[in-house]
Design a protein around this ligand. Structure first.
Ligand SMILES: NC(=O)c1ccc[n+]([C@@H]2O[C@H](COP(=O)([O-])OP(=O)(O)OC[C@H]3O[C@@H](n4cnc5c(N)ncnc54)[C@H](OP(=O)(O)O)[C@@H]3O)[C@@H](O)[C@H]2O)c1
Length: 315
């Protein structure tokens, strides 16, 4: 039992709505989705509910054993579920390229891409590619994966006549980045590393990424939307690194969303017909929401795009 708001917003849903509530009556037959980070928390529930709505779900995971267990758990509850597991460490560009190439060579279509995998406030570390770990996992991996899968998504959208959707799981923590938003010139500097600001920076990047991607897709006239969202505050494995956020979440647990509520906004943005044609927006509690001025800054979004492109092209 949690004590979160039951007041509905314009969409007709509230913070208390669950992922099943916001997708009730939606038939996802014929749709294929990728959900990253589906071995636990919000991603697992998102994968389960999309499968429940008859979407074919592909779960790229870094731990295949954990992924197979999740797959089994879903199929036990939903016997006709179509759920597949593939390998992906989203913090590694090599692994991301390998996954994308395997996915494309399977000849699978792709209607919905849910970029959910993430880490929060670990001690300073560099990824295999030498990039600060939160920025590498939470943003660069998403950026590269999207670019590698975009042609498949475009082909699917054209051939099926159905709108493609890219859903990027951000956070209200985007309000707490480093001074100036993104530390482009000192991204990998251990001395000035602050785990909370680095998390905020990566989550700000999620919104900027969705916005610039949306702008580009619209300019191209492609039938694919890109949106970002805050899922709420939910007690998941995300708090494994301890620190202030873990203390806060553990203490206030009974006032927070549970996991079915935590996956609602993601499923709403991924599947709900209300959002047909809606792109470049930020959502919370399955309703439109307004991110910070940094997150709405188109110049910063362009700068991040060019920066991310250079990073991913150089490795
Ligand atoms: N929980 C909250 O209160 C909250 C609030 C705002 C935003 N969010 C966002 O919601 C998303 C999901 O978080 P959650 O709360 O559900 O946390 P979680 O239970 O820890 O789930 C995170 C998922 O990401 C996966 N992952 C992490 N690093 C990866 C990598 N390098 N390659 C592939 N997969 C990787 C994890 O896989 P493993 O099982 O292998 O670790 C796990 O499946 C994150 O983007 C987070 O920032 C959460």
């Amino acid at each position: 039992m949690t004590w979160i708001s039951i007041f509905t917003g314009k969409s007709g849903y509230a913070a208390s709505s669950t992922a099943e509530d916001v997708t009730k009556g939606v038939d996802g037959t014929g749709l294929t989705a990728i959900v990253t980070g589906a071995t636990s928390g919000i991603g697992l529930e998102t994968a389960r509910v999309l499968a429940l709505r008859r979407v074919h779900v592909v779960m790229p995971v870094r731990n295949l054993e954990a992924g197979k267990k999740v797959q089994q758990g879903i199929v036990e509850k939903i016997p006709n579920a179509k759920v597949e597991v593939m390998e992906l460490d989203v913090s590694s560009m090599e692994s991301t390229r390998q996954f994308a190439s395997q996915y494309c060579s399977k000849g699978l279509p792709l209607n919905i891409l849910v970029l959910n995998a993430g880490i929060m406030t670990p001690p300073f570390a560099l990824s295999k590619d030498g990039i600060e770990s939160q920025f590498a996992t939470n943003h660069v991996g998403n950026f590269l994966l999207t670019n590698l899968l975009l042609d498949t998504m475009k082909k699917t959208a054209t051939e099926s006549g159905k709108e493609g959707r890219i859903v990027i799981v951000s956070s209200e923590a985007h309000k707490m980045p480093y001074k100036g938003g993104i530390k482009f010139d000192k991204l990998n500097d251990e001395k000035s590393y602050n785990s909370m600001y680095a998390y905020g920076q990566s989550k700000l990047s999620n919104i900027l990424h969705a916005n610039e991607l949306s702008r580009r897709l619209q300019e191209e006239g492609v039938n694919i939307t890109a949106n970002s969202l805050h899922p709420g505050v939910i007690r998941t494995n995300l708090i494994r690194n301890g620190g202030f956020m873990s203390f806060f979440i553990n203490t206030l647990q009974s006032f927070l969303k549970d996991i079915p509520q935590g996956a609602a906004t993601t499923c709403y943005v991924a599947l709900n017909p209300q959002l047909k044609g809606v792109s470049g927006q930020y959502f919370a509690d399955s309703n439109l929401s307004k991110p910070t001025a940094y997150a709405r800054d188109p110049e910063l979004a362009k700068k991040l795009w060019d920066f991310s492109l250079k990073l991913t092209e150089s490795k």
